[in-house]
Design a binder for this molecule. Structure first.
Ligand SMILES: Nc1ncnc2c1ncn2[C@@H]1O[C@H](COP(=O)(O)OP(=O)(O)OP(=O)(O)O)[C@@H](O)[C@H]1O
Ligand SMILES: [Mg+2]
Length: 488
């Protein structure tokens, strides 16, 4: 039980009908979850507007309605609170209702187009090794200490996010590392949280369908840094065109990392090959198990956050050197005999695929071939199919088009859409094999010793969804099996 007026702390209220001196037992934005005694906040979502469900919420027992637009009829027994923005109100109210736990732990948020999961996961692993009980909120998995909580595909809504933070605090977490996507920031899911630190990775022209213009996308990300308190740290990528703008108006202490110019956390890649990265980090030479140039950036961001949190340089570098990244993010398996490297990566947009193939190019020592296995999801944006196929052909020696998650679509038709992409010169480079396992098997058969195979699109996923049925499928597991079976 909590007093309504207490959980309204910081909410921008326009008017109140009824008394705020009452006890409430829950806060909800989904009318289906409302139980007697709850507060219902009508949030305008992308698809539905919560204002349509105010009556349902009252029928289910809501005693307080928080709204933006005037509801038609006000009921006697219900308290009505009109606010400027219900999404922001949900952020503050959830934070207050669940005990403002973000203020009792150190919460570090990561934003940017690519690398959020990787950076947040590395931070979680690092701080766990350093001896702190930590929480992780990512698009791949949520963890409280060693325990996996629930895997969602988006940053949770303000209510479940704050409920999760409370659980983390109750179980003794000292640090929490969370992805804070531009969607989440824009929808106020993290409004009200107190961050002790924030990291910016990079920005590319992704998610523009949602944010309409690039400037709007940058503005949303920047607002996260603008809202940081003065005691927090803000770490940004100096090599990204928008890196400095991000921190322009923040009150937090500013730090930069870079591979190219002077910066607080300066890296210089000495070796970047299949056996790892050797990098000078502020003049300390360190051998990392993670591979690829973009992981050099991710590692610098993580190093910076650890130093800003007061950790010891030598100790941090020693721990970071043995860490592996997030599952399915530039994740690799090397075959025992022929040393074929299979990289499993989540890249499922033209932009991400190009990124990963560019990173692979820099890893090549000499004339290893790059063989890419790639498919496109069904029931999703069809325009990216030919583009992804084209990107794969342009930056690989051989390509195998196959199925990703066809969902309700005909797998062969999706591949046909992909085949329309590559120009006539690239036609010789690819073959199409609908069955994903057969496609991976063919890639391995085509590979010479030390070649690199990229298996793109599914990353950490453990299933393949075909005609509405989810079958167990794990790219890494399949690769390991096939390396064995084919004696490579
Ligand atoms: N610093 C980076 N720069 C560019 N690409 C990266 C970087 N780190 C990881 N990647 C690649 O970008 C893709 C997404 O990585 P990751 O899942 O870590 O990012 P994310 O920001 O969490 O993405 P999402 O928005 O899907 O949650 C993968 O293909 C990964 O290998
Ligand atoms: Mg992610």
């Amino acid at each position: 039980m909590q007093t309504l007026k207490d959980i309204l702390y910081k909410v921008n209220i326009r008017s109140v009908t009824g008394s705020t001196d009452i006890e409430v037992n829950d806060v909800q934005i989904d009318s289906r979850k409302v139980k007697p005694g709850a507060v219902f906040i009508a949030v305008k979502g992308e698809v539905v507007d919560g204002h349509q469900f105010i009556e349902n919420a009252i029928d289910a027992g809501a005693i307080v309605i928080v709204y933006e637009a005037e509801p038609v009829i006000k009921k006697e027994a219900v308290v009505y609170i009109e606010v400027e923005n219900t999404a922001a109100a949900a952020g503050y109210m959830a934070h207050n209702f669940y005990g403002q736990t973000s203020e009792k732990m150190k919460v570090v948020g990561v934003t940017g187009t690519n690398g959020k999961t990787t950076i947040a996961t590395l931070l979680y692993k690092l701080f766990t090794v350093l001896g702190y009980k930590s929480g992780l909120l990512s698009t791949v998995e949520n963890k409280i200490g060693e325990r996996v909580v629930a895997a969602t595909h988006t940053t949770p809504d303000a209510i479940s996010l704050n409920a999760m933070l409370k659980q983390m605090h109750d179980e003794g977490c000292v640090y929490v590392f969370m992805e804070n996507s531009s969607h989440a920031i824009h929808q106020h899911r993290s409004t009200g949280l107190k961050f002790s630190g924030a990291i910016f990775s990079n920005i590319t022209h992704d998610h523009l369908d949602y944010h309409k213009t690039f400037d709007e996308y940058i503005r949303v990300k920047k607002s996260f840094f603008d809202g940081l308190p003065s005691g927090a740290f803000a770490i940004s990528n100096k090599d990204d065109k928008r890196g400095e703008v991000m921190l322009q108006n923040t009150n937090a202490k500013k730090y930069f990392y870079s591979l190219r110019t002077m910066a607080d956390f300066k890296g210089k890649i000495l070796e970047n090959n299949l056996s790892g990265l050797v990098m000078l980090v502020n003049d300390h030479e360190v051998h990392f198990r993670m591979i690829g140039e973009f992981n050099a950036y991710n590692l610098l961001a993580v190093y910076g956050a650890a130093i800003c949190s007061g950790e010891d340089k030598q100790e941090v570098l020693r721990c970071l050197s043995v860490l592996t990244g997030a599952e399915g993010r530039f994740d690799y398996v090397v075959s025992g005999k022929d040393k074929i490297m299979a990289i499993v990566d989540y890249a499922h947009t033209p932009d991400a695929l190009l990124n990963v193939l560019a990173a692979i190019k820099k890893l090549r020592k000499s004339d290893e071939q790059v063989i890419t296995v790639v498919g496109c999801g069904g029931d999703r944006d069809k325009t990216k199919r030919p583009i992804m196929a084209q990107v794969a052909c342009e930056h690989s020696d051989k390509v195998i088009f196959t199925s990703d998650n066809p969902r309700s679509e005909e797998p062969a038709q999706i591949i046909k859409d992909m085949e329309a992409g590559p120009g006539s010169a690239a036609k010789r480079k690819y073959i199409s094999i609908v069955d994903r396992k057969e496609a991976i098997k063919t890639a391995i058969s085509l590979a010479k010793p030390e070649d690199i195979i990229l298996i793109a699109g599914k990353g950490h996923e453990k299933y393949q969804e075909i005609k509405g049925v989810k079958y167990h499928f794990d790219d890494k597991e399949v690769v390991r099996e096939l390396f064995q079976e084919l004696g490579r």
